[in-house]
Design a protein around this ligand. Structure first.
Ligand code: F6R
Length: 613
């Protein structure tokens, strides 16, 4: 959570940094701030609330300077007010710091620094860093040595950037546990380069064309006009710069009113791209995971939130196709158990961002038990991607809306292809079946397009039920995870108390909720569970519930039983149906949120990349 950015170059730093923050605001948006450095000292601007508040402040009180650091915050320590917004400075304004992560020993350090005369201005853990750096400088260390020494004293996780007032052409960056990238432009005619730092690739655009990822323990020293020195454990290290593949268009809303709307609409293209990378001549292309999948007899999925819902479908796919025993574990639970690590176990971490702290901790725990780990990730430069033994990239492109949509459907398809890969390794996937399943996958982009094209009933339902206090989602089999995911979307962006249940479980208690005020969204596609679902719908109807069915638009029984039907196309293979069934639920949450005046891209209290526990 939180995003950090920095710039050194010929441009005026403040506008460059506010664009970078715009691209990072999905990581937190409680407050924002920046500092620039000139020969006259450090120039600080901070504002509580959304980034536009900072932008307005900068219009009223512009800052000059070609070097600066900036931050967008998701509050952990201290309320989301201007006083607690980053950058933080020491009392003498000699150093400014932006930080992503948590300094766990901040209390102890704060007391020690206060005893030495430091006066703190905020309640944040971060503020200990500038005070510490200032003290180390006063003790005689140079800028880089003070950062090196500070890192030995800080406990917890961090990526921080510091600017010293007496060296206004330089930014120092340190990483331990939180991601940070160094970007640089192509060299100008005189060999100079623009330099950037950022928590994520989109914020490097369009100024940087190349980037290097800092590793835990790295300290980077960036100086005008474009040199980057990195050290690790006190020894020089050559940073590896690679071309940035993401384009500025991919991180722009374009003609859409929100990233969420854009990302929902992108799903046919996302699925087609993933299939294109994994199917050649009608046959499955198997990414090399460096593992003997034939020997795997137990798979543990680790994931949080939406990714956890995708992994529930992964379990179904693996059990159905590869007959492997699968456990689905919420990362924050797995990491605090002492899970049994037996031979033949493979851990698969599923994460859009690849930075989720709990999932990363689960990966590290599994590796400490010598279990092989595969990462199913969207951000291939992420920490999970780099620490896993094998990587399955989702290729969904940057997902910026806080509510995950296109990454979810890509995860589900990615898991289906992975299940096919395991089944093939185990000799359980005859060629004819492989061809049939891949043909079913190939039909998905068009079916998704057709399903998304018809949203009349979704809009009607949003008009009818936007004011509902609660909503229930019911599904069976593969549609149980869809019910959970539909409920999560509605909770997180429309702030409606929504719950998903396996429909067969509903009568064991939750059915008491049913009244004519409660919308019940029942997932009932034409799959093997249809008859059972129709009975469950009858049970709700008998209690005067308001029912929205999600299923085939031409299913007469469903139409008879429901107040409204969200039509979805039928997948040629039942296992793949959840990829289609979730689509109207994503759009329903979007329309309800809009009617309730909620910001769909930046829902309250949330951040996209959850890098704290
Ligand atoms: C919900 C959502 C979150 C994430 C969760 C895990 O729309 O986006 O529930 O799915 O925070 O994030 P990743 O997949 O990045 O590990």
């Amino acid at each position: 959570m939180c995003g950090i950015a920095g710039y050194i170059g010929p441009k005026v730093a403040a506008p460059v940094l506010t664009v970078a923050l715009e691209r990072l605001k999905y990581r937190g948006y409680d407050s924002a701030g920046l500092v620039t450095a000139t020969a006259d000292g450090l120039h600080l601007r901070r504002a509580e609330g959304r980034l536009r508040n900072l932008q307005e402040k900068l219009e009223r009180e512009p800052v000059s300077g070609h070097v600066g650091i900036a931050h967008t915050r998701w509050a952990t320590h201290g309320a989301p007010c201007e006083r607690n917004a980053h950058p933080h400075l020491d009392g003498g304004c000699t150093v400014a710091v932006v930080h992503n992560g948590i300094i766990e020993n901040h209390d102890h350090l704060r007391k020690e620094l206060q005893a030495g005369g430091a006066v703190f201005a905020s309640e944040t853990d971060t503020e200990v860093i500038p005070h510490l750096l200032a003290r180390l400088r006063r003790d005689g260390l140079d800028a880089r040595a003070s950062v090196r020494q500070a890192c030995t004293l800080l406990e917890g996780s961090y990526a921080f950037a510091a600017i010293f007032a007496d060296e206004p052409e330089r930014i120092l960056v340190a990483r331990k546990g939180s991601p940070v990238l160094i970007g640089r432009s192509r060299p100008a005619a005189d060999g100079s380069r623009e330099l950037m730092i950022a928590s994520d690739i989109p914020a490097l655009l369009p100024h940087a064309q190349e980037m290097a990822i800092l590793d835990d323990g790295d300290i980077a020293d960036l100086r005008a006009p474009g040199t980057v020195e990195v050290e690790h454990d006190g020894a020089a290290k050559i940073p590896v710069f690679k071309r940035i593949e993401v384009t500025a268009d991919a991180v722009d809303k374009g003609a859409y009113d929100s990233f969420m709307a854009k990302e929902i609409a992108e799903q046919p293209a996302v699925l087609a791209r993933l299939l294109d990378s994994r199917v050649r001549g009608g046959r499955l292309v198997e990414p090399d995971l460096g593992l003997d999948l034939k020997a795997v007899n137990h798979i543990v999925f680790l994931a949080c939130g939406t990714s956890w819902h995708a992994s529930m479908l992964g379990k179904r796919f693996l059990e159905a196709l590869a007959r492997v025993h699968v456990e689905v574990d919420i990362s924050s639970e797995y990491r605090y158990r002492n899970p049994v690590a037996s031979g033949g176990t493979l851990v698969v971490a599923i994460s859009q961002s690849g930075e989720t702290a709990d999932t990363l901790a689960g990966v590290r725990l599994a590796k400490s038990k010598f279990l092989p780990v595969v990462g199913l990730v969207n951000v291939v430069t992420s920490t999970i991607a780099r620490e896993a033994d094998g990587v399955l990239p989702l290729l969904a492109g940057p997902e910026i809306g806080v509510a995950s949509t296109k990454a979810y459907t890509a995860q589900v398809l990615g898991l289906f292809l992975f299940a096919m890969q395991v089944a093939r390794a185990k000799g359980l996937l005859p060629e004819a079946e492989e061809l049939r399943l891949l043909a079913a996958c190939a039909a998905l982009p068009e079916l998704v397009t057709a399903t998304l094209a018809d949203e009349t009933a979704v809009v009607e339902a949003a008009d009818l039920f936007a004011a509902a206090e609660a909503t229930v989602f019911l599904g069976r089999g593969g549609e149980h995870p869809t019910a959970l995911e539909g409920a999560l979307k509605l909770k997180e962006i429309a702030y409606i108390a929504a719950s998903g249940y396996p429909a067969g479980e509903f009568k064991h208690g939750p059915i008491a909720l049913v009244s004519r005020h409660l919308p019940v969204i029942a997932l009932c596609p034409r799959d093997a569970m249809r008859e059972k679902m129709l009975s469950n719908i009858q049970e709700v109807r008998a209690r005067a519930g308001r029912i929205i069915g999600v299923g085939a638009g031409d299913d007469p029984q469903l139409r008879d039983l429901c107040d409204l039907v969200f039509p979805v196309r039928s997948a040629p293979e039942d296992l793949l149906q959840p990829i289609l069934s979730i689509l109207p639920l994503q759009r329903y949450a979007y329309h309800v949120a809009q009617r309730r005046g909620c910001d769909v891209d930046q829902p309250r209290n949330l951040a996209k990349s959850v890098t704290v526990e």
